[in-house]
Design a protein around this ligand. Structure first.
Ligand SMILES: NC(=O)c1ccc[n+]([C@@H]2O[C@H](COP(=O)([O-])OP(=O)(O)OC[C@H]3O[C@@H](n4cnc5c(N)ncnc54)[C@H](O)[C@@H]3O)[C@@H](O)[C@H]2O)c1
Length: 429
């Protein structure tokens, strides 16, 4: 139920494992496209899996009732966007639960993969009891999803852990059977703990990013290099070296929404988080700070031409939800800058989101005549830039690297004024 980033990747990968899968969505256009063989999202490896399984083990429909009746396991993977007060909007999950209740014809296991407030498993159970037939039994299970966009297929086929929360252990064990071929650790918990594991994990990772961004900001002030600092920290096994990328902060459809939702869950449960509001605040500040850095390096932005490289919230995805570009581009435009945008895959989506900007077909075209080049997403393509060629097309060799992709010393040697995040200031052209 729900054929988005999670639902489509899960459905395709479960089909690849040999299961018979029907992907359901309310979005008629999306289902029509998928039936024709078009894949609506960019995710490495996904298209091949879909094409291999489409028509045999994998099908697409808008007919929820038919899909429910034909299935033993029903995975809910619909969107749970932020509500007005920041809480998770669970209306899609509720709507699907009512749909399942009305169609249920024999014992089913209903598995929630959407990220939902703690206690949602009980809500789904109550909905099905209320709207469903009295003589059909079912189990509701929580199976939070930890895949990362950009490596979703690999994450789904080789998960670091599978969490399954249930009231009845036998139901959890049946769901565990689906995951057995992956040979990953499977953790069976109670329903609420499984729901909490998802939020607690995302909020922890977001905290790690905001923490290291604060240290990076201080590195800029005192002249230390955040990359050397994090390398030095990472040897401590209690700290570890992963997910320490200082830059423009976290984005995407999950971290900002899940941290905000956890703060709200705290509030409605009578607990006030101290740390998480600051995590969000620091994240917003990283974007503002970058705009200030651009202004400081370029001077008055009125009429200045800025090349923007990277629009998606991270590499290897076309997803622009909560991407730093969504706040940085308008902020620079408001200061009078003329913007030329380039992204390897999200140009289609970007055209619908940004007005009065130019779109370029290559990073060099974006940089043509630019007063500065701004890196907002660390796409691999930007690692292979020919800096001689770049120097030949820009108006001045000024590089503001929001993702710390390049080495300040190397950039200075290539004749670029370079500003990273927490790399100290190298001005040498
Ligand atoms: N995107 C991620 O990286 C990720 C990772 C882990 C968990 N999650 C969680 O998984 C859930 C889904 O996220 P997503 O990124 O796949 O969302 P998405 O917006 O890409 O896809 C959700 C899909 O659900 C469909 N939908 C909405 N209401 C429906 C209904 N009543 N019946 C059938 N389909 C319906 C939408 O049309 C859409 O296609 C969210 O709770 C999210 O927090 C997302």
């Amino acid at each position: 139920m729900g054929t988005g980033y999670v639902g489509l990747v899960t459905g395709a990968c479960f089909a690849e494992l040999g299961n018979q899968v029907t992907c359901v969505d309310v979005d008629k256009e999306k289902i029509l496209q998928l039936k024709k063989g078009a894949v609506p999202i960019f995710e490495p490896g996904l298209e091949e899996i879909i094409h291999r399984n489409r028509g045999s083990r994998l099908s697409f429909t808008t007919d929820l009732a038919k899909a429910v009746q034909a299935s033993d396991f029903i995975f809910i993977a619909v969107s749970t966007p932020p509500g007005k007060g920041g809480e998770a909007d669970i209306s899609n999950v509720k709507a699907v639960a009512v749909g399942i209740a009305k169609a249920i014809n024999r014992y089913k296991i209903i598995i929630n993969k959407s990220t939902v407030p703690i206690g949602m498993g009980d809500v789904v159970t109550q909905i099905i009891i209320k709207h469903g037939p009295k003589d059909v039994s079912f189990d509701v299970v929580s199976n939070p999803e930890f895949l990362r966009e950009g490596s979703a297929v690999a994450d789904l086929l080789r998960p670091e852990r599978v969490v399954i929360g249930a009231t009845r252990r036998t139901a959890a064990q049946k769901v565990a059977e689906i995951y057995k071929p992956l040979h990953s650790p499977i953790l069976i918990t109670d329903l609420k703990s499984a729901e909490m594991i998802k939020y607690a994990s995302n909020a922890f990772l977001a905290t790690k990013i905001s923490y290291i961004n604060e240290i990076a900001n201080l590195c800029d002030k005192v002249g230390a290099d955040i990359l050397q600092v994090t390398r030095g920290m990472s040897y401590d096994s209690r700290i570890g070296g992963q997910f320490f990328n200082s830059g423009l902060g976290f984005g995407g459809s999950c971290f900002p929404k899940d941290v905000t939702a956890l703060v709200q869950i705290g509030k409605s449960s009578g607990y006030r988080f101290r740390i998480l509001p600051d995590v969000l605040d620091i994240n917003d500040y990283q974007r503002k700070l970058f705009v200030q850095k651009v202004q400081k390096a370029v001077g008055n932005l009125k009429g200045k031409v800025l090349a923007v490289w990277g629009l998606s919230f991270k590499p290897n995805t076309d997803d622009m939800r909560e991407s730093p570009a969504l706040t940085i581009v308008p902020a620079l435009k408001a200061k009078g800058a003329k913007l030329k945008l380039y992204d390897p895959v999200s140009m289609g989506k970007a055209r619908g989101l940004f007005k009065n900007v130019k779109f370029a077909k290559t990073p060099y075209e974006a940089a043509h005549g630019a007063d500065a080049v701004l890196v907002l997403t660390d796409w691999n393509e930007f690692k292979q830039i020919d800096f001689q060629k770049l120097k030949g097309v820009v108006r001045q060799p000024l590089l503001l690297d929001g993702r710390n992709m390049y080495d300040p010393q190397e950039m200075a040697e290539k004749g670029f004024e370079y500003h990273g995040i927490g790399r100290g200031e190298v001005t040498n052209f």
